[in-house]
Ligand binder design. Structure first.
Ligand SMILES: Cc1cc2nc3c(=O)[nH]c(=O)nc-3n(C[C@H](O)[C@H](O)[C@H](O)COP(=O)(O)OP(=O)(O)OC[C@H]3O[C@@H](n4cnc5c(N)ncnc54)[C@H](O)[C@@H]3O)c2cc1C
Length: 479
């Protein structure tokens, strides 16, 4: 990067607010996805005004800018594939206001999810989305990806809690969107537009979030099934009762084996299982737990365990959250890679989807683990491959494209919570064909020089999804 531009940036954030060192910029080339890039400079602003000044410099000099939260994204959204400036928001990490009477809090984007809930706990409130990465991901990243997690079925996703925000446009203009009120019918919902925009429309510098009272009690059931289809049918039957659990996680046999191998067998040895949590008033919790057990048995569960014990519940939840990391230890020399990792379907189509994904895996000779937040239709499929083998990457890519196609045919979408980034871009483009030109117009209006996170979403330029991979066999690797 030109030294005169570095000097302009230094004048805005000070000498300790940026780095061009090869080692530091290298570490900002990755997120938790399969991709890598190489930024020219990493900048750590402390205020909205600094972000505004930085954007003016970037816009005038046509420097790509990638805002970055915790870097835990799974589809490459925060990877700087065009170089330029990574804007690390982690120094803007203040919880500015908690107002229980107004049911809201005001936070800076760099606040880590778990830290926000620690700050809300003494008031008896929480911010519910519960991503599995809660100890590291930041509010700005969650808003920019519309993150959610196990509790989305009952409590919704991040978008359902965003009341307002401050964001900085590509030209440095500061915009206050939305309000500090629970309702708002005053014109375009610009804060909503920023949700899931993946850093392509503006830099979020403050967020007003709705908060929820913490449930008084909870209980869990663990139901084992002879196969994933029966587990999928149980999910649909439970919701049809009607019963909305606070979470309902499905795991197939590959996921169960991986966790049992890595953690020493905490889960029943079966073909598929559902982990159900109910929460609320203690009397309602007991009634709902009994319904869960009855429906699971009616739908062919081979065993159903229930518990109110917090230690047991934490152990079950931990084993579910361990799926992703456990998969990599299942087969020596193989790694679990995030490819088709968070498709969302109408809940009634889950049994068909699970069956279709298994057939696709077998047809393409790849190991696929299917698990996820089944009650809101959100399934994760992780591929287990030898990342040094180009042949296996190509087989995985083919399987992924078929999984996306099957999902779209079943009325679903390529991403329910992780975003599009790069790994889902080709199929996102096919899925949202009729909305693409409107998206392009919005992008041009807010970022005419295309400096904000270029090359992502509808701007993806590769044929398939194997872009600049972080693995050694990658022919397209960025040097
Ligand atoms: C082990 C593990 C478990 C996970 N479990 C879940 C889960 O259960 N549910 C789920 O939804 N996701 C999950 N994820 C994915 C990921 O953690 C979430 O999507 C999370 O919201 C990303 O937040 P982040 O702060 O790390 O964002 P990053 O990865 O840093 O960035 C993500 C995107 O947000 C943009 N961005 C970041 N900050 C800003 C800002 N201030 N202004 C504008 N744009 C910004 C970036 O440019 C990028 O496009 C998981 C990831 C891992 C590694």
């Amino acid at each position: 990067m030109d030294q005169s531009i570095v000097a302009l940036i230094a004048a805005i954030v000070g000498e300790d607010g940026y780095s061009t060192s090869k080692a530091r910029t290298y570490t900002y080339g990755f997120d938790a996805s399969i991709y890598r890039g190489q930024p020219d400079i990493v900048v750590q602003p402390r205020t909205t005004e600094q972000v505004s000044e930085l954007m003016k410099v970037a816009n005038e000099n046509l420097i790509p800018v990638v805002p970055r939260g915790g870097g835990t994204g799974l589809c490459g959204s925060a990877v700087p594939i065009k170089g330029g400036m990574v804007l690390d928001m982690s120094r803007m990490d203040g919880v500015e206001r908690i107002s229980v009477a107004d049911l809201l809090c005001v936070v800076q984007p760099g606040v880590v999810y778990d830290d926000l809930n620690k700050a809300l706990a003494p008031y008896g409130f929480f911010f519910p989305p519960t991503p599995g990465s809660g100890e590291a991901c930041q509010i700005g990243g969650m808003v920019a990806l519309n993150a959610s997690g196990m509790r989305a079925i009952k409590y919704g996703a991040t978008r359902d809690y965003v009341l307002g925000m401050t964001f900085v446009k590509a030209n440095g203009e500061i915009v206050q969107a939305g309000t500090g009120t629970l309702k708002d019918s005053s014109g375009y919902q610009l804060a909503r537009l920023m949700v899931a925009s993946e850093g392509t429309l503006g830099v979020i510098t403050e967020v007003i979030l709705k908060i929820s009272p913490k449930p008084k009690s909870s209980a869990m059931a663990l139901a084992a099934f002879p196969g994933p289809e029966q587990a999928g049918e149980f999910v649909a039957a439970l919701i049809a009762e009607p019963l909305i659990p606070s979470s309902l996680e499905l795991m197939d046999s590959v996921s169960i084996n991986a966790v049992n191998q890595a953690l020493g067998g905490p889960l029943p040895d079966c073909q598929a299982l559902c982990m159900v949590e109910v929460d609320g008033d203690p009397m309602i919790v007991d009634k709902e737990l009994a319904v869960v057990k009855e429906v699971a048995e009616r739908q062919g569960a081979t065993t159903v365990e229930t518990t109110h014990d917090k230690v047991q519940m934490a152990a079950w939840s931990k084993s579910r959250q361990a799926v992703m990391t456990s998969l990599s230890s299942l087969r020596p020399g193989h790694s679990s890679v995030s490819l088709a990792d968070d498709m969302v379907l109408p809940v009634s189509r889950i049994p068909e989807a699970v069956k279709a994904y298994q057939a696709i895996a077998e047809r393409n000779g790849v190991t696929v683990a299917t698990y996820g937040h089944a009650a809101d239709g959100n399934l994760h499929t992780k591929m287990l491959i030898d990342p040094r083998s180009e042949e296996q990457w190509l087989a995985a890519e083919k399987a992924v494209r078929e999984i996306f196609q099957a999902t779209i045919e079943l009325g679903g979408s390529v991403s329910g919570e992780h975003g599009v980034g790069m790994s889902k871009a080709p199929d996102f483009i096919l899925e949202r064909r009729s909305a693409l030109s409107t998206m392009v117009e919005i992008k041009k209006a807010l970022d005419p020089n295309n400096i904000l996170n270029p090359g992502k979403l509808h701007q993806w330029e590769e044929d398939g999804l194997l872009g600049p991979l972080r693995y050694p066999c990658d022919p397209k690797s960025v040097e």
